[in-house]
Design a protein around this ligand. Structure first.
Ligand code: NAG
Ligand code: NAG
Ligand code: NAG
Ligand code: NAG
Length: 401
């Protein structure tokens, strides 16, 4: 549910009667336009022609005209028109454009808008003057209200060039309005869902096509030493399509790859424990970042979105597979050391699980994560095998890490 900004909702509620009438008028207008359109196709190709009496009816909500007289009037004029243009009904060639997006082939290409954005618009004025800034970057946080102070601090590290999108897993959205920035943020609320569940549903590549970089971040990150604009400069400079900020090694749990290095701007490979990396160009020694604070270029996200499975909501295993979306992965995936973060390891969504058979909620969640990881690996390797077989070559021995 995107929130309606500018207090629009209360205005609409107050005037619900009038709105209803506007809606009815509009529907009637559309129906009439259609009737006139089919009976007089030469006109419909350029512009829908409403008789002036209909236009003034639609505009004047207090008009005494009934629907019936209006329809009679429309039939009359439609018939009159047909009477005049008897022979040229079939002259107009039908529109069918196979290169249009699937399902939209009957539309003239110039009216097709295949992509969108999260820019908030006004309800008045000229549409082309609505936007003062068109943000080039998007940052999403998956949040619960308990982390509000952390998110408030984090959001302030992102300039006005970022669209802010919050995914709420606890159903609390209005409370965030205590923060000034919340009013220009987009709020999406669906209870107890994960970051990748939201990402799959609300960040379709065509919806976020206006954004050069997309940050898909957790809520428990400390951004004290991070500046988003500086981060983007480094990502561009080093050609990183998929990246994350270096992690301050505050506990022993992180991979070597994602640990911050004090003496680098960016690093793209590392050494892991002996035997962990069969190939120095493969995860977890290279071509690898974690999924807690990932940053995608527009093109990389277009690929990764397609790899996200609807049912595997925790995204485990995704980090090892990201490399399938960029080429060469060991050059285009990396860690930005100069802008780094702290992973605070707050068990947030983990605690939203369900206590079962004497196990704590987080245990069930963890178990599910592992299960999903195994399923994902199997699916990926089956998919690759199926592909190689379909083109008639035997699958390489191991394609999935
Ligand atoms: C409509 O068609 C009828 C018969 O074909 C004709 O008599 C009449 O004049 C036409 N009306 C107009 C407005 O052209
Ligand atoms: C129908 O034809 C008559 C006679 O040619 C013309 O005067 C009238 O404007 C036409 N009606 C429409 C709606 O085009
Ligand atoms: C936002 O982007 C514009 C255009 O790229 C840039 O000039 C400006 O410095 C950016 N804002 C900040 C706060 O960096
Ligand atoms: C791949 O598998 C085949 C047969 O199972 C084996 O002969 C070959 O050595 C394997 N190649 C690698 C690189 O493991």
């Amino acid at each position: 549910m995107a929130k309606l900004g500018f207090g629009g909702r209360s205005v609409l509620t107050r005037k619900s009667n009038e709105s209803m009438r506007i809606i009815i008028s509009t529907v009637i207008g559309i129906v009439l336009g259609y009737l006139i359109g089919i009976s007089f196709p030469t006109v419909s190709i350029t512009k829908l022609h409403f008789p002036s009496s209909i236009v003034s009816y639609i505009e004047d909500r207090n008009s005494g005209l009934t629907t019936q007289t209006l329809l009679n009037h429309a039939w009359d004029s439609a018939n009159r028109n047909r009477n005049n243009s008897t022979s040229n009904t079939d002259d107009t060639p039908k529109i069918y454009v196979p290169t249009n997006p699937r399902g939209a082939e009957r539309l003239p290409p110039c009216i097709v808008v295949p992509e969108s954005d999260f820019y908030l618009r006004r309800l008045w004025g000229n549409p082309d003057e609505d936007l003062i800034v068109q943000q080039k970057y998007l940052v999403t946080f998956t949040v619960g209200y308990e982390q509000k102070n952390n998110i408030d601090a984090a959001v302030k590290k992102f300039s006005e060039n970022f669209t802010i999108l919050l995914f709420h897993y606890d159903g609390r959205t209005t409370e965030w309005d205590e923060f000034e920035w919340s009013k220009r943020a987009i709020h999406v609320s669906a209870r107890k869902q994960t970051k990748w569940w939201y990402a799959k549903r609300f960040l379709h590549p065509d919806i976020v096509a206006r954004y050069e970089y997309i940050f898909i971040w957790d809520e428990d990150l400390g951004l004290e030493h991070f500046d988003a604009e500086e981060y983007i400069k480094l990502v561009k400079k080093h050609g990183l399509e998929i990246s994350q900020p270096g992690l301050e090694p505050n506990n022993g749990l992180t991979w070597q790859m994602t640990k911050r290095r004090g003496d680098h701007e960016v690093h793209k490979e590392t050494e892991e424990r002996p035997g962990w990396c069969a190939d120095p160009h493969l995860p977890p020694c290279a071509a690898f970042v974690e999924i807690m604070a990932t940053v995608f270029s527009r093109d990389a996200w277009r690929c990764v979105w397609h790899m996200i499975q609807n049912d595997l909501v925790h995204g485990w295993g995704l980090d090892f597979a990201l490399r399938k979306c960029v080429e060469p992965a060991h050059e285009k995936i990396g860690v930005v050391d100069a802008q780094w973060i702290v992973h605070q390891v707050v068990p947030s969504l983990g605690n939203q699980g369900q206590a079962e058979k004497g196990k704590a909620p987080w245990e069930g969640v963890r178990e599910r994560c592992r299960k999903e990881w195994a399923i994902f690996q199997t699916r990926m390797s089956d998919a690759e095998k199926a592909y190689y077989l379909s083109i008639g070559i035997s699958p390489p021995n191991s394609t999935v890490t």
